[in-house]
Design a protein around this ligand. Sequence first.
Ligand SMILES: Cc1cc2nc3c(=O)[nH]c(=O)nc-3n(C[C@H](O)[C@H](O)[C@H](O)COP(=O)(O)OP(=O)(O)OC[C@H]3O[C@@H](n4cnc5c(N)ncnc54)[C@H](O)[C@@H]3O)c2cc1C
Ligand code: SF4
Ligand code: SF4
Length: 941
Amino acid sequence: MTAPTLILPERSHAIASDLRAALGVDKVKDDYSTLTAYAVDASIYRMTPRAIVLVESEEDIATTVRYAMHRGIPLTPRAAGTNLTGSAIGSGIILDVSRLNRVLELNREESWARVQPGIVLAELNKQLGRHGLMFGPDPSSGDMCKLGGMLANNSSGPHTLRYGAVKDNVEALRVCLQSGEWLVAKVYGLDDPSCADLLNAHKPLRDLQLLLQENAILIRQKRPTVSKNSCGYNLFGLADGLKQGRFDLPKLFVGSEGTLGLFSEATIRLVEKPRATLTALIHFHRLEDVGDAVPKLLELSPSALEVMDANTLNLIGRAKHGIPADAAATLLMELDADSVGLDLRAQAERMTEMCRRYRLASDPVIAFDPEQREQLWKARKALYPTLYRFHPRKKPINFVDDVVVPAERISELIRYLEEFFTGQRVPVAIFGHIGNGNAHIIPLLDVNDEHDFQKMVQGYHEIHQTVLGRFGGSICGEHGDGRVRAEYVKTMFGPELYDLFVRVKQSFDPSGMLNPGIKISDRPFTDHIDYVRLSKSCATCAKCNAVCPVYDVFQSEDMSSRGWFEIVTDKNYSYLNSKRVVEACLNCKSCRTACPAGVDVSQLILDRRAEHPNKMAGLIFRFHAQSARFERFLKLLARYQSIWDRPIIRRLLDRVTRPFIRGLAETARLSPQLVMPRLALRHLRDRYPELIPQTGQSARSPVAYFHGCAANYFDDGVGDAVISVLRKHGVEPDLPMQRCSGTPIETYGHRALAKEGARVNLASMAGYDKVVTGCASCTLMLKDYPTLFAGEPEQMAAQVLAKRVTHISEFVAQSPVKPPMASQQPTKCKVAYHSSCHLRAAGVTKEPRAILAGLPGIEYVEMPDADRCAGGAGTYLVKDFETSQRIVERKRQAVEQSGAEVVATSCPACMIQLRTGLRGAAEVKHVAQLIQEAYEAADRV
Ligand SMILES: Cc1cc2nc3c(=O)[nH]c(=O)nc-3n(C[C@H](O)[C@H](O)[C@H](O)COP(=O)(O)OP(=O)(O)OC[C@H]3O[C@@H](n4cnc5c(N)ncnc54)[C@H](O)[C@@H]3O)c2cc1C
Ligand code: SF4
Ligand code: SF4
C-alpha cells in the first residue's frame, strides 16, 4: 500500500478551524511554530503536518478520528515522539495523547494498573514505586517516552531478558477504531458469549478470526525463530491464542504503530521492584570471548545483559568512562536479588569466577549502590544522542538499528558488521541487548554527501539481507517498522504473509488514513529523509523535553525544548512568527544540563532574543545600571514596604502597574500572590563597609564575595550568612565593586548591556584567587562569561575568572578548615534540598547535599523531583506568573511528600518562588543560612 496524500494545500486551514469548532480552541494548533515542532520525531525523517490536536478525553479522540476519516485526512497518533523510525510524524493531523497522562486505577494486590497513554515511563514508575511496583519493559528512552508509544511499538529494553517486551505485560487496551467506535481489546475466551457479541459488533474482528483460521499453517511456518520481534503484525501471538481457545486481542494492537487504532488507556501488568540489584561492567580483551561468555553468564539469570563494541567505546570516549584502551567489547550485566533468591555478593563472586577464564582488559567493575549503578548505565542509556558529538557532519543514522540474531551468534554478527563497515570506511557503533541477540547498529554518515548516501542504501539492503539469510534473524526487535523498515517487511516475511498483513490493515483501516506510510508501505526508506536536520547538532531524542518545565506544564511540542530547537533553527524562522514560543523559555538551562549531544537550546533562544531586545526591560536595566540612583529608589521602596505590601494595596498595584509591566510580556504582572522579598533599608554593602576595597585599591584578600543583586538589596540574611560562613573558615572576604552578573539582562535580549556589566565584573574580580558566590544564577553566569565573550578580547580573562568562581557550598566542601558545630541535637529538623537549575548547570549538585546531610540538627531527606525547575527562573514569576505557578505545583507536591519542614536552596528567585508556591507548607532557606546556623549553634554551647 502506498501512503496517499489527499490533502490539498488550500484546505489546510479549514482542518484546524473545523477541529477547533468541534473540540475547543485550546486543543487545536496549526500555527507555523507548532507545525515546525511537530514535523520531527527522533527518526531521520521530516513531514510537516496540517494540524495538531492535543486530546484531553476519549471523546476528543473519537471526534478527531471520525473527522479525519470522514474527510480523508491522514491521522497520526503521537506520544513523546521518541521513536527512531518516523512513525509519529505525518502529513495530516497529529493526535497528541500527552495530556492523557494519569494512572486511573492501581490494584496492588493483583499487581495491575489502568493507565493513560500520555504518561512518561519514568513518571509511571515513580508513582508505582511508592507501592513497591514497576512496569517491567524499560526502553533506554524511559525518561522521556510515553506509554502510548511503548504500546504501539511493542517496546522493550535492557530488562526484557527478565520482564519481556510490552506485549508480554498488557492485559487490555481501550482502542478507538477507524469508525470512531471503541473496542476493549483484551483476551476473550472463544466460547465466552462476550466474544460472540464482540465479533458481531466488529466486522474487522470477524475478518481477522477467519484470516487466522485459514492461514494457521502459513503463520506458523513464518514465525520468527529469534527471541524478539516487532516486525509486522503479531499474527503469531494471535494464532497461538486461537489454538488455546482465546482471542488474544492485545497481541494485535501492541506493536501496530498507530495503524489499526488509537489507545486511550491500557491495563498493564506490574512487577515487584527488585529488593536489591547489582550492576557490573566487564571489559573483554577479545570479541570472540564475548560470544562464549554470554551463554555462561545467562546461567546466572541476569535481568539485563548489554554489549558495547570497541567502536562504540571509542566513540563515547574511553578515558571519560574509565574504559581500558584495549577492551574489545564491554558487557553490562545486572542481577536482581529476588530473581535468583541468593545473596548478590555471592553472585558477584560467581560472575567474577566465570569471567576469569577469559582475557579481561581489567577486573569487572561492580556496583551495588543506586547512584554508582546509575553512573554505569548513564553512558549506555544516552549512547545514541551522545554520538551526535562525534563529528560536525557525520551523524548517527538509524536505518539498520534494530536487528535480532540468535544470542549465541552475536559476536559473529558484530565481527561481520565491523568488517562490513571497515570495508565501507564508515565509523559505526554497535551495542544492544546481547542477552536477546538484539543489536543496535548506528553508522555515522553524512547523508548530504552522495557517497555516504549510497553507502547507507547499500548497507540497508546488505545487512538486513544477511541478518535474514545467514543468521535467520529479524530486522526489528523493539523499535518498530515505521517508515524505515516498512520497505523490508515483505522481504522479512515473504509475499504471502505480507499479504495477510495488508488484509488486516485494510480490514481495520479501509481508507488507509490511520498512520499511512508506516509498517505497511512500499515507499523506499529514503522518502522524507530530513537532510537539513541531519546536518544540525540536535539528535531530536527529546531528553531535554523530559526536564523542560514548560513542556511539563503544556505537554505540547511547540512549548518544549526540542520543539524550540527546531523552530529557532528553521530556515523560515522569524521573531514575528515565533515570538510566542521564543518568549516562553525560562532560561532555566535544564535542557543544557540534560542534553547528551551537547546542545544548549536555551543559548539558541537567547541568541534569538538578542535580535529583539525588549524595550521595557532595557529601560529598567539601564536604570538598574545607574547604581546610586537605583539603590536610592529601592531604599525608598523598602521604607514604605509595610504599606505597599499589604494585600489590598498589592491588588491595586497589580492593576495600576499592568499596562507598564505588559511591556515585558503579554502575560507579565505583579501578582498580589507573589511573596515579595523584604527589601533592605541598608544594603549588604552598607552593612559591611569594612569589606569594601577603596577605589583604586588592589585586592586585600585572596577571596572576593560576588554577592550579586539579591543578596545586596534583600533583607533576607543570605549575604550575611555567606560572609559569616567565610569568616568561620578563616576568610575575611573583599566585596569588590560589582554589577549585575547579567543573567536577567540577557534573558530580555540585552546582550550588549549584559556585556557592559560583565566587563566591570571581569576587571574588579581579576585580582582574586577565588570568587565566592551564593546565588546560583550569578555562579553560572560568571562561569559562562567565556561564552558571552566568545571570540572577543575579553574571552581569556573570562576563562580565568570562570575557573576561580566557587559557590559557597563548594567552598565549604573544599575548605581545609572545619569549624566546630554543635554535637548532635535531640530533635532534628527535616530538611530537603531544591537543586536550583543554574547551580546544576554550573555543575554544583553534590556539595550542597553532602553538607546538609552532615549538619547536626538536620535530618536530610532527598525529595522527589529535587532536580526539576521550580519555575522561578529570574523574573519569570513576573513575566508569566500563572505558568510559573503551574510549574511550582509539582515542587509543592514533592515537598509535601518528603515531609520536609525546611527547603534549602541557593537561588534568590527559587526562594521567592518556593515561598510563593509552598504557601507556608515549609520554610525556605539558603544553604549558607543553614550552615551559618550550625556554626553559630556551636558558639552558643
Ligand atoms: C535515546 C533513545 C533510546 C531508545 N531506546 C529504546 C530502547 O531501549 N528500546 C526501545 O524499544 N525503544 C527505544 N527507543 C525508541 C522509542 O523511545 C520507543 O519506541 C518508545 O516506546 C516510543 O515512545 P514515544 O512515547 O516516544 O512514542 P512516539 O514516538 O510518539 O510514537 C511511537 C508510535 O506509537 C504510536 N502511538 C503513540 N501513542 C499512541 C496511541 N495512544 N495509540 C496508538 N498509537 C500510538 C505512534 O503513532 C507511533 O507509531 C529509544 C529512542 C531514543 C531516542
Ligand atoms: S537538544 Fe539535546 S536533548 Fe534535546 S532533543 Fe536535541 S539532542 Fe536531544
Ligand atoms: S532553558 Fe528551561 S525552559 Fe528553556 S528550553 Fe531549556 S529547559 Fe525549557
